[in-house]
Design a protein around this ligand. Sequence first.
Ligand code: XMP
Length: 584
Amino acid sequence: MQPQITVLDAGGQYCHLIARKVRELGVYAAVAASDTPAEKLRGSKGVIISGGPSSVYDAGSPTIDPVLLAAGIPVLGICYGQQLMAHLLGGQVDLGEHGEYGFAQLSISASPSALCAGVHGRQQVWMSHRDLVVKPPPGFQVLATTFTCPVAAMESISQKLYGVQFHPEVVHTPCGQTILSNFVLGICGCQPDWNPAGQVLALENQIRKTVGARSVFFFVSGGVDSTVAYTLCLRALGPERVHGTYVDTGMMREGETDFVRQQFAGLGARAFFIEDARDLFVSALAGVTDPETKRHIIGEKFVDVQQRILESEHYSEDNWILGQGTIYPDTIESGGSAKADLIKTHHNRVAGIQKLIDQGRVIEPLANFYKDEVRAVGRELGLAPELLDRHPFPGPGLAIRCLCSDIERKPDPIQDGWIIPIRSVGVQGDSRTYRPVLALDTPPASDEAAAAIINRRQDVNRIVGVSRTCAPLSMLSVTRCSITMQRLDRLRHADAIVRKLSLEFGFDQRVWQFPVVLIPLGTNERPDSIVLRPIESVDGMTARAVRLPDDLLEKMTDELIQLEGVAGVFYDLTNKPPATIEWE
Ligand code: XMP
C-alpha cells in the first residue's frame, strides 16, 4: 500500500510513534530511511522528518535529499528534523549546552497559522533536545516560542515547509495530535484510507495469493503477534494446511502451556503440537550464573529444537512455507528499534529458517502493522480479550527473572539502607551494566527522589523498597545458585499469586508489564526472595516504576512470604533508564 505520509527516520526513538499517530488519524504512514531520494517520495502527499539524537554539525549525522525541500511536497520537521531543515535552508542552529528535556510551556505567537490552527495561547509541550534553531530560514514565520527556544515552531506556507522543536507525537504534548492533524489532513490534504480492523479480508486474500498451493507452519509463542498471524492463515487456508508448534521450554509461567493449548483448540487448529523441551532447557542451564550466557544457551537450544522439528516434520520440503508474527517495528533497522531487533533475532534466525527466508518461503502477514493495530485485527477475528490484552513476555521467559549467583555474601549495611550483592542489569547510555542493588527500609516518597539517589550513586543500578522479610536483612545472605526446576517452580508460584491479585484489584490494567523476579537472598530454609517490578511504558524503550497500592502490596506480601523457600518481598522503584525493565 502506498503511504500518503512518509516518516523519514533520523534516528529518533519516537520515529515509529509518529507513524502510529498519523495512522490514528486514519491515514496510512510508513517509515523510510532519512536519505531516501526525493524522487521516491513523490508518491507521498506529505513527509515528516523525525527527531534524532545527533547534531546537524556532527560528521555523518543523518540528512535528507535536499531536493525534497524544493519538491513542492509538504514537509514537517520534528525536533532534529526542524534543525536539519533550518540548517539546509540558511537558518541558524546553535549548539545547546545543557539541552532541554521534559515539559515546557509553548507560547503561540503567530496567528493565523496553518500548522497551529486551533491551538492558541500557552500550551504544555514535551521537549527533548540539545541544539536549537535560533533563526528561521528566509521566508519562514516563527509561530511559537518557549522560554529557551526562540523558534519552537515555524512555517513557510508558500514553500509548504513546517517545523516544530517539541514532540507533537507524545502524550505529554496534549495539542500534538491537533498539530499533526493540521499537517496531515489540512496541509497535505490526505484522505482517510487506513483502518486496520478492515484489512482482514485483504490480508486473507494476500495470504492465499502468497502461499498458493503450499502449506504454512508456525512456531507460536502464545503471544499476540504470532497468534493473530496464525489465525489469519487458519482462516485463509483452513486447518489442514496450517500447522503450529509451541515449544515448552520450562521457562513459562504457570498454566501457560494449557492456556495456549486451549486458545488454539478454540481457534479450530487441528495440527497444533506442543514440544515438551523442559528437561533439555533446564539441564542446559544447570550451574550457569552469567545472564548473557543464560540467554545465549536458551537461544542455542531454541535453534536445536526448531531445526529438529523442521527436519523431522519435513517442513523444509518445497511444499511448506514458514509463517511468522513479525510486526512493523521489527522489520526496520532504525535508531530506536535497533536493540529490539537484536533481542528478537535469535528466535527468528535458525539456520533452517534463514534458508527459508533466503528462498522467500516466508509469510509475515502483519509486517505492516503496529502492535495496537494487530490487537484491532485480533478483535475483528474474535480472539479473546485475555489473549489480546496480555502483557509482553520475554522470549527467554522466567530464566531472565530467576537470578543466579556465584558468590556467597551478606548484604552490606550503609547509612540509608543495604547494598544487596546480586547483579542486576541497567542501561547507562547505550551500554548495559551489571551492578548491585540498593534496598531501603523507608523508600523515598517520590519517583523523583528515587531517581536522584540512583543518579548520585554510581555503584548501584536500582533501588528497591523492603516490603517484608522473615528475618532482619542483616541475617539474610546471597547464596551460590543457578537455575533449577525447584527455583523455577518457586518463581512460577510467586508470579501466579501476583497475577491473580493484580487481576482481582484491577491493577494489571494500570501497568504495561509486571515482571516478578526471584533473587537468591534468604536463609538456609528460605533461600530466595521476590521482587515486584510493575512498570508503565509505551513501547518498552523507556519505563516508569509504578507504586503498588498499600492494600495490594500488603496482600501480595502476605501470600508470597508463605511460599516455600521465600524469605522476603521487595518492590523495585527504578525507572528505565537507569534500570532496565527486566532484572537481567
Ligand atoms: P528491558 O529489560 O531491556 O526490556 O528494559 C524491554 C522489553 O523487552 C523485553 N525483553 C526481551 N524480550 N527477549 C525478548 O524477546 C529477551 O531476551 C528480552 N529481554 C527483555 C522485556 O520483557 C521488555 O518488554
